[in-house]
Design a protein around this ligand. Structure first.
Ligand code: AMP
Length: 183
């Protein structure tokens, strides 16, 4: 199975849930920039204080800040592979990732795009009820995804790395679908 992966997709598509399951089952490192940022916020660090207001508006934190976090975490990557969840989220982040992976001599094997209709995304996000999950912020996050992150779909398709998976159905069904696409 391919074990050096990126997860791409709109907020609410289930990236975090599926990433955790896949990493657990295959001994891969799960790097979620959203989770790392939320722990910085919870710990009240300077970085967390800088990120909190931006996250609560549903905007993206700066590329520089996210890259600093990712770079520091990449040292701890498991031999069994890794999954970057919610990163990169902009073309400049994707460009910056390339030399880092080149240095590690660990190229990306596949980019998994989780796809779901807006109506279902909004329903799932409202049910989740995180701080940044009220309706106005959700709409902004979808807009930001479309504008800043969705260009990564053709970016990775052009590199022949993109694998699309429908993110509807049960958690187990979706995991099975992803695993099949990666084997
Ligand atoms: P997530 O848990 O992936 O939905 O991320 C929650 C929030 O963290 C996002 O709405 C952004 O504000 C911020 N964030 C997470 N990852 C990134 C990233 N790669 N670039 C910029 N902001 C990010």
């Amino acid at each position: 199975m391919k074990t050096r992966l990126l997860f791409l997709g709109p907020p609410g598509a289930g990236k975090g849930t599926q990433a955790a399951r896949l990493c657990e089952a295959n001994g891969m490192s799960h790097l979620s920039t959203g989770d790392l940022l939320r722990s910085e916020v919870a710990a009240g660090t300077a970085l967390g204080q800088e990120a909190e207001a931006v996250m609560n508006r549903g905007e993206l934190v700066s590329d520089a800040l996210v890259l600093a976090i990712v770079e520091s975490q990449m040292k701890n990557f498991s031999e069994g592979g890794w999954l970057l969840d919610g990163f990169p989220r902009t073309v400049p982040q994707a460009d910056a990732l390339e030399p880092l992976l080149k240095e590690l001599e660990q190229p990306i094997e596949a980019v998994v795009l989780l796809e779901l209709d807006d109506a279902e995304l909004i329903e799932r996000l409202l049910a989740r009820g995180r701080d940044d999950d009220n309706e106005a912020v959700i709409r902004n996050r979808l807009e930001v995804y479309r504008e800043k992150t969705s260009p990564l779909i053709s970016f990775y398709r052009d590199k022949d790395l993109l694998v699309s998976v429908h993110a509807n159905g049960s958690v187990e069904e979706i995991t099975k679908r992803i695993t099949e696409m990666l084997s």
